[in-house]
Design a protein around this ligand. Sequence first.
Ligand SMILES: O=C([S-])c1cc(C(=O)S)c[n+]([C@@H]2O[C@H](COP(=O)(O)O)[C@@H](O)[C@H]2O)c1
Ligand code: NI
Length: 399
Amino acid sequence: MTLWVDASSGASGDMLLGALVGAGVPLEVLQTAVDAIAPEPVGLRAEQVRRGALAATRVHVDVDDSVHHRTWRDVRALLEAADLADGVRATALAAFGRLAVAEARVHGTDPEDVHFHEVGALDAIADVVGAAAGFEHLGHRDRAVVVSPVAVGSGSVRSAHGTLPVPPPAVAELLRGVPSYAGPPGSPAMELCTPTGAALLTTVATGWGPQPPLVTTAIGVGAGGRDPEGHANVLRLLVGETAPHHAHPHGTDDPLLLETNVDDLDPRVWPAVIAALLAAGASDAWLTPILMKKGRPAHTLSVLVSGSRAGAVRAVVFRETSAIGLREQPVTKHALDREIVSVEVGGQPVAVKLARHEGVVVNAQPEYDDVARAAAALGRPVAEVLADAAAASRRFVTG
Ligand SMILES: O=C([S-])c1cc(C(=O)S)c[n+]([C@@H]2O[C@H](COP(=O)(O)O)[C@@H](O)[C@H]2O)c1
Ligand code: NI
């Protein structure tokens, strides 16, 4: 599954909550996470509204917060003590950690000493924890989450820090290194991307850009609080499956690299998996030892395959291994022209693969299987027959 966030009208915590609910995440999923964190009752309420000409989902955070000021330490303690799923806690801590670093840079202090104002209020904490739970529900940590360039608005905004320029300093910090722009053109002069929105987007994003190839299965349109004239104040979330190859902008036979990390397959099975992948049409398949989350030794299975054979190869991966997902990317291959010729060793034929670069033979490689068969027929060591075959092949090399 792939997620694409359209932040071309900005982003805020409540817009993200609305988009997640609009895309099908049950409100109770968000509410349960918020209940786990909130020291005082916080109610989430979804409502269908219009923003400009667009129907959108507005999620209200109803709270009567008795605390008006929290430090990063306070927020971290709340998150660490809460009965949250590990993934939700990790996303929320990462988002607030980013907010703390941004605030510290803005004010020239240490992140540990940061005092949050609006972003430390219970409604902002609920936004972050609710959005973290929503993205967790969509399995974001195993998915591509692509975010469009972020519109930040223009003008100025009143805050606990006084009047701030747009983008507010914390937003500018949070969006370091990612694409953002003033506007969009024609939009009213207002803050469109808030610190909470920027912190969440930069925490969940795995990439930035226009909509990737996607077969969309759900669309969420999240409403912002304000509804200015002539501007639809919404954030869109598209949820979909990675587009099958025929929907890809490149030709149907472009090579693909399929990869998946596996930590629970009996290692004795791997040779059969590799053989089945090659039989299904993969041009190459290999394993790389890795250390996965939770310190688990595992393997990345990588498969190179042409688009037209990718379906059969995916089927082998899912049938023969314990993987329940894989990632795919188009790759560019540079393959030399090949030709098979033959040499003799002790009267035994051995095929030799020649590779040409710009017409010049740069490589002449005896086929190992032929060498092994010839060695068995001759009763000689494989290494010796290989050396003889390599020597006989050398005359083909022209460059
Ligand atoms: O709360 C803090 S520390 C804060 C810092 C900044 C800076 O840019 S610095 C800006 N703001 C403003 O608060 C409101 C609410 O933000 P949310 O992310 O909670 O929606 C917003 O207008 C920010 O510009 C707060
Ligand atoms: Ni601040």
